[in-house]
Ligand binder design. Structure first.
Ligand SMILES: CC(C)(COP(=O)(O)OP(=O)(O)OC[C@H]1O[C@@H](n2cnc3c(N)ncnc32)[C@H](O)[C@@H]1OP(=O)(O)O)[C@@H](O)C(=O)NCCC(=O)NCCS
Length: 153
C-alpha cells in the first residue's frame, strides 16, 4: 500500500484533497448533486453507487472554494476514473484538465498498469488531450452516450 498525501496544493489557486472528513465528503456530494443530478438529470441512485464505498474521493478547491470532484476506483491492475465534474461557474479555466492530471498521478501510486474511464462522448477530445485512447464502440449509460477510453501507465 502506497502512502499518499492527504492534502496537496499545486498552486496558490488550486488545491486537491483526498476527501475523508465529513465536511470534505459533503462538499463532494454538493458538487455531484449540482452537476450530475441538477444539470444532467441523472438519478441519485445511479450517481451514488456501491463503488463509492471503496473509491478514493478527490475534492478540488479553487481559491479555497470547492469547485470540482472526481473518484478513483481501484480494480485489480486497473484504476477507473469517474464522476469527474467542475461546477459551472469554474469551467473553462483549465481546472477540469488539472483535476484529471491530479487523478492520474494519484492512481499511478498504486500497482496498476492501466487507467480507464467511461467518458461522456462529447468530451472525447478533452480526454484525448490528456492521453486517453478510445476502446471499442460508443454505448449508452444513464441515457447519455459514452465511450470507454484508457491510458496505459
Ligand atoms: C468536463 C468538465 C469537467 C470540464 O471542466 P473544465 O474545467 O471546463 O475543463 P477545462 O477548462 O480544463 O477544459 C479543457 C478542454 O475541455 C474541453 N471541453 C470542456 N468542456 C467542454 C464541452 N462542454 N464540450 C466540449 N469540449 C469541452 C475543451 O477541449 C477544452 O479545451 P479548450 O479550453 O481549449 O476549449 C466540465 O465541463 C463538467 O463538469 N462537465 C459536466 C460533467 C461531465 O460531463 N463530466 C464528465 C463525465 S465523463
Amino acid at each position: 500500500m502506497t502512502l499518499q498525501p492527504k492534502h496537496t496544493k499545486i498552486s496558490r489557486e488550486i488545491g486537491f484533497f483526498i476527501a475523508t472528513s465529513k465536511e470534505d465528503l459533503a462538499d463532494c456530494t454538493h458538487i455531484k448533486d449540482a452537476v450530475f443530478f441538477k444539470e444532467q438529470g441523472i438519478s441519485k441512485q445511479v450517481i451514488y453507487d456501491t463503488e463509492d464505498k471503496t473509491a478514493i474521493h478527490i475534492l478540488m478547491k479553487y481559491n479555497n472554494s470547492p469547485s470540482g470532484y472526481g473518484r478513483i476506483v481501484l480494480l485489480g491492475s486497473k484504476a477507473k476514473l469517474g464522476r469527474i465534474a467542475v461546477l459551472q461557474k469554474y469551467r473553462g479555466k483549465g481546472l477540469g484538465k488539472e483535476l484529471v492530471k491530479f487523478m492520474i498521478k494519484q492512481a499511478i501510486r498504486y500497482n496498476i498498469n492501466e487507467i480507464f474511464i467511461h467518458a461522456q462522448y462529447y468530451l472525447l477530445k478533452f480526454y484525448q488531450e490528456l492521453g486517453f485512447q478510445e476502446n471499442g464502440e460508443p454505448f449508452e449509460e444513464a441515457n447519455i452516450k459514452h465511450i470507454e477510453m484508457s491510458l496505459k501507465v
